[in-house]
Design a binder for this molecule. Structure first.
Ligand code: ZN
Length: 375
């Protein structure tokens, strides 16, 4: 489920992963604490600086994980499946499988993370007060307390995709009833905040000469700007797909080029695929019965040397395994189903009768044409 990430295991069915970029931050945080911050403030032996730094750094990432688990637990409780949590360069991200369906649900999921961070901030604060003055434990707890409060504060900035942006979106969604408009405004403020963070980074670098922090701010700003614009585009795309049905796109049965099951793949390629440019064919026997479908994708899986001896019937996806939808299925649900099942085409069936076929290419073509026409 988690791509390019080191899998740590599962907590309550949620897969926990570390992206390679996490190690960069881990080394940076440990080094900053052990070689700079702690030696500036405290008088310990060198080994203690590094041991405390390492432990603080690990607990910092445990805190980020706890923040994401906060979001995840509430998502699960309100009925949204959570696939995984990945820790990476800019913190953590919980992969929630679906968007919230109600503003209140979105609000609760969004606020849960910062609440966990505030609770951790308070807890570490108390620990710092209870620990012996200037001890490694006091230093560790003190830093973790500050960083958790900071984490909560930063995440509550009211711009998408930060938690505060989601709270803002939930409020706008609740008051206007228009999710798309709410997302548009929340992603505008998100982009605004991202530009301010980048500007602050430039200021830090050029005015104060703090190049490392400056670069860091610019990178965070770029990341947030990108996340804010893509999340809006994705939603806009989904909304526009939602207004259309599978029936509008389907290629009717009579327009499909049917092939017999005994046709060798070699001939399918040369007589059909290369000549017509079509990528998907129903396989129909002599009596006109539909047996399955064969696609360009199937052919690509078979080594070229056996194309002459392998038939379409041996290669096709049999009818009972082809994904079927109704003609009134909205296109966003169709695309989601294709992704979940990992297929490139579905059959459109109504009352047990085959109406036609919709392929991913058709969906892409449909979107491209609409974009070209500006509708
Ligand atoms: Zn969060």
């Amino acid at each position: 489920m988690i791509r390019n990430a080191l899998r740590l295991g599962k907590i309550g069915g949620i897969e926990i992963g570390l992206d390679w970029s996490w190690f960069v931050v881990f080394v940076l945080v440990t080094w900053t604490l052990s070689a700079h911050l702690f030696p500036m403030e405290y008088r310990w032996s060198p080994g203690v600086y590094w041991l405390t730094g390492l432990l603080t750094s690990l607990l910092f990432f445990a805190s980020v994980l706890a923040h994401e688990l906060g979001h995840s637990v509430v998502a699960l409780r309100t009925g949204l499946p959570v696939r995984s949590i990945t820790l990476f360069l800019f913190g953590g991200v919980a992969q929630i499988a679906r968007e919230p369906s109600r503003p209140s649900q979105e609000f609760l999921i969004a606020i849960a993370g910062p609440l966990v961070s505030v609770a951790l901030g308070a807890l570490f604060g108390l620990l710092a007060l209870a620990a012996p003055f200037h001890s490694p434990l006091a230093a560790l707890a003190g830093w973790l307390s500050r960083i958790n409060f900071l984490l909560a504060l930063f995440n509550l900035l009211p711009g998408f995709p930060m938690d505060g942006g989601r709270v803002l979106r939930a409020a706008l969604w609740g008051s206007t009833g228009d999710l798309l408009k709410a997302t548009r405004i929340a992603s505008w403020t998100g982009r605004g905040i991202a530009y301010l963070i980048m500007l602050a980074g430039v200021g830090l670098a050029f005015l104060l000469g703090d190049w490392l922090s400056g670069l860091w701010f610019v990178l965070i700003g770029l990341f947030l700007e990108n996340a804010a614009s893509t999340s809006y585009q994705q939603l806009a795309l989904r909304e526009s797909l939602h207004r259309h049905r599978a029936g509008e796109l389907l290629r009717p049965v009579q327009d499909l080029l049917a092939v017999p099951p005994e046709l060798p793949l070699e001939e399918l390629v040369h007589r059909y695929i290369l000549r017509t440019g079509r990528r998907c064919y129903p396989v129909v026997d002599a009596s006109g019965r539909l047996l399955g479908i064969v696609t360009l994708h199937h052919v690509k899986e078979i080594p070229r040397g056996v194309w002459a001896s392998r038939t379409v019937g041996e290669t096709m996806t049999p009818l009972e395994q082809v994904v079927r939808v109704r003609s009134d299925t909205p296109l966003d649900a169709l695309l989601e189903q294709m992704s979940v099942d990992g297929v490139n085409q579905v059959l459109v069936v109504e009352d047990g009768r085959l109406l036609g076929l919709v392929s991913r290419d058709q969906l892409v073509e449909f979107l491209r044409t609409r974009a070209e026409l500006g509708i």
